[in-house]
Design a protein around this ligand. Structure first.
Ligand SMILES: Cc1cc2nc3c(=O)[nH]c(=O)nc-3n(C[C@H](O)[C@H](O)[C@H](O)COP(=O)(O)OP(=O)(O)OC[C@H]3O[C@@H](n4cnc5c(N)ncnc54)[C@H](O)[C@@H]3O)c2cc1C
Length: 386
């Protein structure tokens, strides 16, 4: 790789690290404890331009690639922060960029890049469908120049902290479809000015993710806000999955490094039985092993990202990166907990907060079982379980 590209990436890393210094452990502990939205951090990331990393320069964004975007999210988590506060803007960008019309891009992207509009909510999951997205029931029925939406979504994060919601809804009843992957459509719902009843209810969950249940009752969306063709929405969402998996892997890699650094430092300083606990192999080796696993996942992340940037098929690498990184980070989290002994449970040490946040990435935005199913079935050609 050209050294200028490497230098540019290194300087992004350092700048994000500098930005994160203004948001130390205390800041994240406080937002977590009081379940606040880390608005100051998201504002700083927006005004630095990093949140608009994937928006092309012609629309006022930084025009960076998936590798750079992944480095940004990695560094936020590596510095102790929680990218979950704002990562949706990067996760969803591909759907708008690849399938949105020029008019939609002009309408939304410059304002998102300037920080005047927030695209932080992505509404797919439903109680009766779960991982089986093609079973979603929220209906969007066309009436003239509008769609009227009725239904319910669950686990929708940041809906109260976003202006726009990228919504997947059913436009053709399931029973009428020959091909069950058709019949769903993607919309940009502008939540600032909703006609109908949009009811957003907080969910009480173990991480500070501002996750909600969203009820739609006769919510109107102009036809102009449909992305791409009617009925092709599932395809558009799938198109974004590789980028999403690379980005989420990077967050886990950041978490993994954070835990390993904390664990190594604590193990070197904490003296029990007259010597640092890290001199004991029972403490040292698990930390070293977790480190090796995080580093291996990191290589897979870069392999996936460079294939993605070259426009090559990268489903296998992107899925493996997500699997390996989330498992390695969770291993590092567990090892760090053991290293800290009882202190790992004390909120002041911040380990338990990260422990909770890190576990999430094993299950969401896609569960590792679904990732294994992709590898088993699509890469290795074994029979399908669904
Ligand atoms: C904090 C948080 C934030 C979230 N944010 C969002 C958001 O912003 N937007 C959004 O749309 N969704 C969001 N989600 C939802 C998340 O993507 C789903 O929870 C996830 O996709 C799984 O759906 P489910 O919980 O219904 O699990 P289920 O589908 O009920 O699955 C339960 C378990 O069974 C496994 N399983 C199911 N079928 C199979 C099979 N055939 N083979 C093997 N294993 C199987 C699953 O992998 C999983 O482990 C969020 C979830 C959480 C917890």
């Amino acid at each position: 790789m050209e050294s200028s590209v490497q230098e540019a990436r290194q300087s992004i890393r350092e700048e994000v690290r500098r930005l994160c210094q203004d948001f130390p452990d205390k800041y994240w502990q406080d937002v977590d404890k009081h379940e606040k939205y880390p608005k100051e951090f998201v504002d700083a990331l927006t005004s630095s331009g990093y949140l608009a990393a994937l928006i092309p320069e012609e629309y006022g964004g930084a025009g960076l690639g998936i590798t750079e975007a992944s480095i940004i999210l990695e560094e936020i988590n590596h510095c102790g922060g929680n990218s979950g506060a704002c990562h949706a803007q990067m996760y969803t960008m591909g759907t708008l960029l690849r399938h949105g019309s020029d008019e939609q891009k002009r309408r939304y992207l410059p304002a998102i890049a300037r920080g005047e509009l927030r695209l932080q909510a992505f509404a797919v999951t439903e109680p009766n469908a779960g991982s089986e997205t093609t079973r979603i029931e929220t209906r969007a029925v066309r009436k003239g120049d509008r769609y009227v939406v009725n239904g319910q979504k669950i686990f929708i994060s940041r809906a109260k902290h976003s202006d726009l919601m990228l919504l997947l809804a059913r436009t053709t009843p399931y029973e009428e479809l020959q091909d069950k992957t058709q019949g769903l459509s993607v919309f940009v719902l502008d939540m600032r000015d909703v006609k109908g009843n949009l009811d957003i209810q907080p969910l009480d969950i173990m991480v500070n993710h501002h996750t909600t249940t969203v009820f739609f009752e006769d919510v109107e969306i102009p036809v102009d806000n449909r992305i791409g063709e009617e009925g092709k929405g599932f395809r558009y969402i799938i198109d974004g999955w590789n980028a999403e998996r690379i980005l989420v892997a990077s967050e886990s890699i950041g978490d993994g490094h954070w835990f390993i650094e904390r664990a190594s430092r604590y193990a070197s300083n904490r003296v029990v039985f007259g010597r640092p606990i890290g001199a004991n192999q029972g403490i040292q080796f698990p930390i070293a092993k977790a480190y090796a696993h995080v580093e291996a996942a990191d290589l897979m992340r870069f392999a996936a990202a460079s294939k993605f940037e070259r426009g090559e098929k990268c489903g296998a690498e992107a899925n493996m990166a997500k699997l390996l990184a989330s498992e390695a980070a969770w291993e590092a989290a567990d090892v760090c907990m053991s290293t800290y002994g009882g202190y790992g449970f004390a909120r002041d040490y911040d380990i338990e907060r990260k422990f909770r946040e890190t576990r999430l990435l094993v299950a969401a935005p896609v569960s590792n079982n679904m990732v294994l199913a992709f590898l088993g079935q699509n890469v290795l050609g074994m029979p399908k379980s669904y």
